[in-house]
Design a protein around this ligand. Structure first.
Ligand code: C5P
Length: 243
């Protein structure tokens, strides 16, 4: 299990963290930027139910727009918008980010921290004999590391150990619940045909997120639906009549 793996390497982790923190800027401006008005956020998952939704303007009108993994906006602006303030990723799902976007690293294993260190130092590298994307374009003053303790909290309290560990989307959503006053959630779950593909894919039966079996997509969707029912979030499931 990922979290146990992280815990059992505590001294090594501590060393990696302290080396990493040396390469990071001294201040993180995220919370400094908190103004006294209500912070409205959009969390944008990668579901195909965004296709044809025309949610773009609504998404872009929020203060924070949080995206994840391989999310693309170019060519999909009408449905998903073009603004991004935070982008959740891990090395295998990394992509270049625009200026002023917070790279939120979700470390699933100790090597992910080494990857980030290399990104910050603008180094190209080979990790574990796999060529990962690097260096990527990212604003080094805006890097955030998702804390393993928060990861464990989501696994224990929110996904209740259903699935091997929570999906990036679930982690991002619970992060949003903690930093936003009002949370609108887009791009989660199946589309109207019951498919779980990504909005940029033509393969409607792809459903990578569901078929890996690593996460429990059904349980996570139940949690999200319940949050919507009790009014903690606004959940947008695609426009009626869209495929
Ligand atoms: O597939 P990927 O992990 O990049 O998608 C990001 C997140 O969006 C997932 O972790 C999941 O929470 C959500 N998602 C979803 N339904 C889909 C595709 C993605 O709920 N069909």
């Amino acid at each position: 299990m990922v979290l146990k793996g992280l815990q059992s390497r505590r001294p090594r982790m501590r060393m990696m963290y302290s080396r990493l923190f040396e390469t990071m800027p001294k201040f993180n401006s995220v919370e400094n930027s908190r103004s006294c008005h209500c912070r409205r956020c959009a969390i944008v998952g990668n579901s195909g139910n965004l296709k044809g939704s025309s949610y773009g303007q609504l998404i872009d009108s929020q203060d924070y727009v949080i995206r994840m993994n391989r999310a693309v906006t170019k060519g999909y602006e009408l449905d998903v918008g073009k603004k991004t303030t935070h982008h959740f990723m891990y090395p295998e799902s990394a992509k270049d980010l625009g200026a002023n976007v917070h790279l939120v690293l979700v470390p699933f294993k100790p090597l992910d921290l080494l990857w980030l260190e290399n990104v910050l130092l603008n180094r190209n590298f080979l990790l574990m004999f796999r060529k990962l994307k690097g260096p990527i374009t990212a604003d080094r003053d805006k890097v955030i590391i998702f804390h393993p303790v928060f990861f464990k909290y989501v696994h224990d309290k929110w996904t209740e150990h259903y699935g091997k560990y929570p999906s990036t989307g679930m982690l991002a959503l619970i992060f949003g619940l903690h930093i936003c006053d009002q949370l609108s959630v887009f791009g989660y779950g199946w589309d109207r045909q019951g498919n779980w593909h990504h909005y940029w894919e033509n393969n409607r039966l792809g459903g990578a997120f569901r078929v890996t079996g690593v996460h429990n997509a059904t349980f996570e969707m139940n949690v999200i639906t319940r949050l919507a029912e009790i009014g903690k979030i606004q959940l947008y499931r695609g426009r009626p009549g869209t495929p």
